[in-house]
Design a protein around this ligand. Structure first.
Ligand SMILES: [Zn+2]
Length: 215
């Protein structure tokens, strides 16, 4: 069952207060409407009844998908103890446990796991796409506005690198990504129980640290 509550919040635009519903948890297999709003990110969207502007309010939030066996904690903050305590049993039951710092990371993560994809492979594919984009002088790193997972079809992953006015797609075979990760298991090792952040910052840090060791 989903968990929600009413809070009084001050609109950041008009500074007037109003009552809004915020969610603390959604169960993807039971709360079908709420789960759809998680996938779009709209679950965090609020509309001010005074000035009619909408904005996002992100509070610590837990998304559980039992069918696809994953739990995502959405927050800037560390995972609370109440959730940490459950992590061992979920880890043993084969659940992927993750933290997402932004709504964009969260919506993408749901899609990756619903596709049955390994998010480590996805971050590697995004990183490779970024390097290829720069190396082939298709643009500068500063001009890139986002690098996004699109989908996986016929064992090929599609990644989109977007600049302000255009996008470029990269198609990367899963087998090639798996080969890299399987040949460097320690390098890509994560602590699932700790609800790790597996995002672009994570993989950039991995490669930066490795470079630091070599030079
Ligand atoms: Zn307002």
């Amino acid at each position: 069952m989903s968990q929600s509550r009413e809070i009084i919040y001050k609109c950041p635009y008009c500074q007037k207060e109003f009552e809004m519903t915020i969610y603390d948890a959604v169960n993807a297999n039971k709360d079908l409407d709420e789960a759809e709003r998680c996938k779009s990110g709209d679950i965090f969207k609020q509309l001010c009844p005074h000035c009619h502007k909408d904005f996002m309010v992100m509070n610590p939030f837990v998304y559980t998908d039992i069918d696809n066996k994953f739990i995502i904690f959405v927050s800037d903050e560390e995972v609370p103890e109440s959730l940490q305590e459950l992590s061992k049993s979920f880890d043993e039951a084969g659940y992927r446990l993750r933290r997402c710092r932004t709504i964009k990371e969260f919506t993408e993560k749901i899609q990756i796991f619903e596709d049955g994809m390994d998010d480590i492979l996805v971050e590697l594919a995004k990183y490779d796409s970024f390097i290829e984009y720069i190396d082939n002088r298709k643009g500068n790193a500063e001009d890139i506005s986002s690098i996004e997972y699109q989908h996986t079809k016929d064992d090929v992953m599609k990644i989109n690198v977007r600049c302000d006015d255009r996008g470029l797609s990269f198609l990367i075979p899963i087998a090639a990504l798996e080969e890299v990760v399987n040949s460097q298991k320690d390098f890509f090792a994560i602590d699932n129980k700790a609800f790790p952040l597996i995002n672009s910052d994570w993989i950039i840090q991995l490669y930066n640290d490795a470079e630091g060791l070599i030079s």
